[in-house]
Design a protein around this ligand. Sequence first.
Ligand code: NAG
Ligand code: NAG
Length: 410
Amino acid sequence: MKSTFTNLAVFASVVVGQKSAWEQCGGIGYNGVTNCVNGYACTSYNPYYFQCVPGTSTTVPKTSSTHPATATTTSRITTSSSKVTTTSTAVTSPPTKSTSSVSSTRTTATSAPVATGFAKTNGLLFNIDGVTKYWAGTNCYWCGFLTANGDVDHVFADMAAAGLKIVRVWGFNDVNTIPSDSTVWYQYLSASGSQINTGANGLQRMDYVVSSAQAHGLKLIINFFNNWNDYGGKNAYVNAFGGNGSTWYTNTAAQTQYKTYIKAVVDRYKTSPAVFAWELGNEPRCDGCDTSVIYNWAASTSAYIKSLDSNHMVTIGDEGFGPDSAGDGSYPYQAGAGGYVWTDTLNITTIDFGTFHLYPDSWGQPYDWGNLWVKTHAARCVAANKPCLFEECESFSRCPPSLVTQPDTD
Ligand SMILES: *[C@@H]1O[C@H](CO)[C@@H](O)[C@H](O)[C@H]1NC(C)=O
Ligand SMILES: *[C@@H]1O[C@H](CO)[C@@H](O)[C@H](O)[C@H]1NC(C)=O
């Protein structure tokens, strides 16, 4: 079926039909209709992803475009940045706040800094609420799965008091069976109809995390899928839509639902200054894949998020694998480790900063090998003029202390 359709699209001189609002309408590897319905223009976000966005241009872009670093993409980023500046005072709360009666003496944080806008990059550093410097952060994958508001407030108050600023939470919780109790779940995946849980044990838990983060002056990294099986992960999509963890990146049903979920979450918090960045997923890997698979997926998904929300930064959430001429050729420096080349994905214009993790034990490396890992990634970020975020480390005692606890000099 697929190849028949592809051949038709290639040989027909005119492709009849129009794509609806927000649908893909072009990009490398795309062979479908390139016209948009009235009032929408097919716009290039990067060579891999063109989308029907509100506008009147009738120019139909070519589906096979040029090198990733095009002038179009660059000016798009500039536009986004200036929009951030002009809308920086529009501070709003998430649409639906939990109204639980649980109260906590810590809810009103002592002196949470007032948000002045959206976090953004400033060269190799991040600018948060007008301040550019090194920021300390932490992971709290479980924060959105707590069921008592007071617990969230308690955790965030302690983090803020410890001088932490950036908090990474799991923005996914996928199931194939809806829990019969009040266990938190965000998305039910099924070929016969998926469901996004906006109820009290669904995204309303994330609403509270976002509002509490705002009250405590914290900034959240929120991601959209897990490479691993915890909290559903790619496996929950595979159970629902078939394929395997490697075909997930190109499985139309899985990717359509993944984007539907992304839109549901992004639309909820796109005006919130408590969001630091959107993250495509936790440790995306593609076993046995050509490195173009993850590259194309990361380019198109990040462009899609930017099309929904030009306020916030976007990052990948990957471990940092792939060849690097300055590396030592060990397993993590091989493309096969993750199925991508980190130095290439870092170049994607709709990716604002790079992430990397360090698991020497799991990767069969001596602990001091981590120094090389950190240095080679830092050098690539300098070359790309983007910040690097050292996101996960195997164990506190094995991680460079200066990076685990970046001093907060304020
Ligand atoms: C996933 O499925 C594809 C297509 O059937 C197959 O070529 C590939 O080997 C599988 N990959 C893994 C990691 O199982
Ligand atoms: C990314 O940038 C590096 C240099 O900074 C370059 O060597 C590499 O070819 C680029 N990759 C892509 C896919 O553009």
